[in-house]
Design a protein around this ligand. Structure first.
Ligand code: GLN
Length: 557
């Protein structure tokens, strides 16, 4: 079947040898390079696991869950796509085996297969192809769609995806497709050599399925792929030498596209797709990287969380710190610290958190570590250290203020203590009957109206903003007046909505007045999901600015 959009080209990226090889950043970098040459791109990730989406997975398992404007809980690779490119991301941009089977099984129950036996080929593979096509249904002007397949070639669970791609290539014509295989070329110390054999095996596995890669991106760690190894990969994998791309470890990650550009990755892709290598312009990106690399001033941030054992659990927050550093001409040295160690009877915040210029408490779920977070929020408030709370970080700040400034000793969130006499954080009415965990939180972008003369307003410089949410619990408006009157609190951002003909305000940003704290600000939404190196997130920027000022004052004293 010919594709209805005859101009549309596809790039499919697979991974070989090991997982976590950085396919997401390869795709995002390529997306940036293609955009810099004036092509409009779309991006998609297909994950072969059976969860319908990563929303129900523990961050220790899977790292951060990235949320799109339309409220999809997606793979963290979409965060890379957003930070590097302008691709429009939505729930269409991420799918999983679970989601695909869900649709097929529902269709079967509706009788849509007219009595046929429902099978992996063609029904599952057709649904995979439908989703690839659906990516661009609302965007007529997309030139190139980049589709990343999660997992590793050779895994049982990725087989239906690879089979679908093999078919898709025939459906739309091989001249409209480019296959990129990203593999590991490990360094063996005893032999003092980079070894290409695993890559050869991985490409052989791909070819067994009927896919011949056009380009191979070799991850070589700290080492550089030599001429000899390049020739070997080219020969054994049947790929021209100029299409063997070396991806050494490069820091910062925003310099990775520049390395690919040097090797003409984008030019090679465009020639495979039969597209013109238009004049490119990467100057703004390059000067952003220069600013990032050349900053000398440092600011130290303590980031408090409970998923600190997984380096990607707070990926977007880490990147938003880097972006805010670019905006403030400094390097943000953030350290994630486990909140559990500040639980009552354990470490005191003052013993561990001296020497930091700002404190962030990040998002989280459940009971573990929450009292530690409340103790840290108290420490930041009482010691006038710039404080930034995100989602749970706002909720614990409100609990702390309720307990210690409003005299409500047992104040809590009903997430942790459903019986609390002072539920300063509680469930919205519509959340009360919900027991299903998948996709049922307040998710996605909501309008937030800012109050003039506040930290938040100053940061954004405008009244109406949209930020993305992912939480079930909210500030309880019954305590709003107490917070404003007794704690010098400010509600600086609200979402207004109509509920059964009544106007209701959901509290989205809270602050303390500047006369009692230099910068204490917390939001119910997740500002990190919209931060990019070219457009750093305003609250992060102002937080880092406040931390720099705090550092300056403290160094003088
Ligand atoms: N557990 C809290 C809630 O569901 C906070 C969630 C978060 O930090 N993302 O409301």
């Amino acid at each position: 079947m010919a594709d209805s959009k005859s101009h549309l080209k596809y790039i499919f990226t697979t991974g070989g040898v090991v997982s976590s090889i950085g396919k997401g950043i390869v795709c995002a970098s390529l997306g940036l390079l293609l955009e810099s040459r004036g092509y409009k791109i779309a991006m998609m990730k297909m994950d072969p696991y059976i969860n319908v989406d990563p929303g129900t997975m523990n961050p220790f398992e899977h790292g951060e869950v990235f949320v799109t404007d339309d409220g999809a809980e997606t793979d963290l690779d979409l965060g890379h796509y957003q930070r590097f490119t302008h691709a429009k991301l939505s729930r269409r941009s991420n799918t999983t085996t679970g989601a695909i089977y869900n649709t097929v099984i529902q269709k079967e129950r509706e009788g849509a297969y007219l009595g046929k036996t429902v099978q992996v080929i063609p029904h599952i593979t057709d649904e995979i192809k439908n989703r690839i096509r659906a990516l661009t249904v609302d965007e007529d002007d997309v030139d190139i769609a980049i589709v990343e397949i999660g997992g590793t070639v050779g895994d049982i669970e990725s087989l239906p995806f690879l089979e679908a791609l093999r078919q898709f290539r025939l459906d739309i014509g091989p001249e409209n497709c480019c296959f990129i295989h990203v593999t590991l070329v490990p360094y063996i110390e005893a032999a003092n050599e980079l070894k290409t054999k695993p890559t050869q095996h991985s490409v052989r596995a791909l070819r067994d399925i009927g896919i011949q890669p056009n380009i191979i991106v070799c991850r070589t760690g700290k080492n550089k792929l030599g001429r000899e190894q390049r020739q070997k990969v080219a020969l054994f994998c049947d790929v021209p030498e100029n299409a063997i791309i070396n991806a050494q470890d490069i820091s910062p990650i925003y310099a990775i596209p520049l390395n690919f550009k040097k090797q003409d990755l984008d030019v090679t892709v465009l020639s495979i797709l039969g597209l013109e290598a238009r004049e490119g312009n990467l100057s703004e990106w390059t000067s952003m990287v220069d600013r990032l690399v050349s900053a000398t001033e440092e600011v130290r941030i303590a980031a408090i969380g409970k998923y600190t054992g997984h380096s990607d659990a707070y990926k977007s927050i880490n990147e938003a710190f880097v972006h805010a550093g670019i905006a403030n001409n400094c390097k943000v040295k953030y350290e994630w610290i486990d909140s559990e160690q500040f639980e009552p009877g354990k470490e005191k915040p003052e013993d561990i958190l001296q020497g930091y210029h700002g404190i962030l408490i990040g998002p989280g779920f459940g009971t573990r570590g929450i009292e530690g977070k409340i103790n840290v929020a108290k420490f930041a408030r009482e010691n006038h250290i710039p404080y930034f709370g995100i989602c749970l970080g706002m909720q614990v700040a409100m609990i702390e203020i309720a307990r210690n400034c409003l005299g409500l000793k047992d104040a809590h969130t009903t997430e942790v203590n459903p019986q609390t006499p002072h539920p300063i954080i509680s469930l919205l009415t519509e959340q009360k009957g919900i027991s299903s965990k998948g996709g049922t939180m307040r998710l996605g972008a909501y309008l937030c109206e800012l109050q003039p003369d506040t930290f938040a307003y100053k940061a954004y410089g405008q009244q109406s903003i949209y930020e993305r949410h992912r939480h079930r619990y909210e500030f309880n408006n019954a305590y709003r007046e107490n917070f404003e009157k007794q704690a010098n609190g400010v509600i600086s951002g609200v979402h207004r909505r109509k509920l059964m003909d009544m106007e209701e305000e959901l509290v989205e940003i809270i602050e303390l007045k500047p006369d009692i704290h230099p910068w204490f600000c917390a939001c119910q939404f997740h500002p990190e999901f919209k931060s990019t190196p070219m457009k750093p997130q305003p609250l992060f920027c102002n937080f880092i600015q406040a931390a720099l000022e705090y550092k300056k004052c403290n160094e003088q004293h």
